[in-house]
Design a protein around this ligand. Structure first.
Ligand code: MRU
Length: 373
């Protein structure tokens, strides 16, 4: 995507050919700053501290984390240590495990001297594949927006999104935003309701910034506003991303997604999930997805820019009040109108997922057999 007219990705290989550049998302929207990752520890920190975040980008950053580790030490032990370190960073987005498995498969059977090159090659492919997947999601999803536009006789299509499933959450383009950007670029009149997404405000800070950079009309709303808007026919379609789609079609995404899906069902608002295949986990049911719990401070405080330009963090919860901070929730498949995948829009159920991605089902079956042997 373009930032101030300049093509920008969320992660890239630096000109030195080995260190990794990222947009430091903890500073947006007030400052667009980059950081340089030079070691496994720095890559793991970037994921844990959410300098990089969003399921597909977590996977891409982990892939480069493996490269940085192998550059120091290309042994089997180093590969295992890197995978274990990165796996511990964040538990919910399955793209992390997917990317680590891909990296292991790419380097495991190489002689030591070839491992670093093989790792950087596969990490770069993972990034390019992510972009191609998101572009395909855009092409499939735009037809849903255009169909609504066709019924609205030029009035803007009102979309609602939660969290940030935009280009910042991926390598580029985004998942939930891919159809939105494409529709906007094709001249479809649209407007996006952006859930602020407490406690980390990925909607208010990141999605709103992205949409603004691309010139997409949008309005930031408190998280509890969506139901009211839907009851007053002010939302034509909800579209969100996902951190993990289970084999049964249940969808895990940022906390609060489930409540939006409930409100959408009650008001006959179509509720779509942009679901790239690396976010699909054929090994679990929805109820088994691990839900990340994060620090209390994210709920007890709010960070923003003060009138004098300084970034400040202030407490909004009484001292001593306990706080709970679940990062994600699981939306049952029955509340989801469809999954927008790179292979088309499919029903959120086991049969449709298996029909769309038979090779992934076969790979999972083989892995189960191997584990039992
Ligand atoms: O905690 P985050 O910011 O990593 O959570 C991100 C989300 O929940 C996104 O909606 C999800 O990863 C889909 S991103 C394409």
């Amino acid at each position: 995507m373009r930032v101030d007219g300049k093509p920008t990705r969320s992660i890239w290989l630096e000109p030195d050919g080995w260190s990794v550049g990222i947009v430091d998302q903890t500073l947006l929207p007030h400052r667009l700053a980059t950081a340089r990752l030079t070691s496994l520890a720095e890559a793991a920190y970037a994921i844990r501290a959410m300098q990089v975040r969003g399921a597909p980008l977590i996977g891409a950053a982990a892939a480069y984390g493996v490269c940085l580790a192998l550059r120091q030490d290309a042994s089997d032990e180093s590969l295992e240590r890197a995978a274990a370190t990165l796996m511990r960073t964040r538990p919910t987005a399955v793209n992390l495990k997917w990317a680590l498995d891909e990296m292991a498969a790419a380097v495991r059977n190489q002689v030591r001297g070839d491992r670093v090159d093989a790792a950087y090659r596969r990490a770069a492919e993972i990034c390019e594949e992510d972009i191609a997947i998101n572009q395909a999601i855009g092409r499939h999803g735009v037809t849903l927006i255009e169909a609504i536009a066709g019924r609205k006789a030029g009035a803007p299509v009102n979309l609602l999104t939660h969290c940030n499933a935009g280009w910042l959450a991926t390598v580029d383009v985004g998942t939930a935003t891919a159809p939105i950007y494409l529709a906007h670029d094709r001249g479809v009149a649209l407007h996006v309701w952006v859930d602020e997404t407490r406690p980390r405000n990925q909607g208010a800070s990141l999605t709103a910034w992205e949409l603004g950079q691309h010139g997409v009309p949008h309005t930031v709303i408190p998280d509890n506003t969506g139901g009211h808007l839907m009851r007053h026919a002010m939302v034509d379609m909800a579209i969100v991303g996902t951190d993990r789609v289970a084999a049964d079609g249940d969808v895990c995404n940022k906390i609060g997604t489930y409540l939006k899906a409930l409100a959408a069902k009650d008001n006959d608002v179509p509720f779509y999930v942009a679901a790239p295949s690396p976010s699909i986990d054929f090994a679990v049911e929805g109820a088994q997805i691990p839900i990340e719990e994060r620090a209390e401070g994210e709920v007890a405080t709010v960070t923003g820019r003060a009138a004098d330009g300084r970034i400040e963090t202030v407490r909004v919860v009484p001292d001593g009040s306990p706080v709970k901070n679940y990062g994600f929730d699981v939306t049952p498949a029955r509340l989801v109108s469809g999954l927008i995948t790179e292979r088309g829009v499919i029903a959120p159920n086991r049969a449709a997922l298996a029909a769309a991605f038979p090779e992934r089902v076969a790979a999972e079956a083989a892995a189960v057999t191997a584990r039992r042997a």
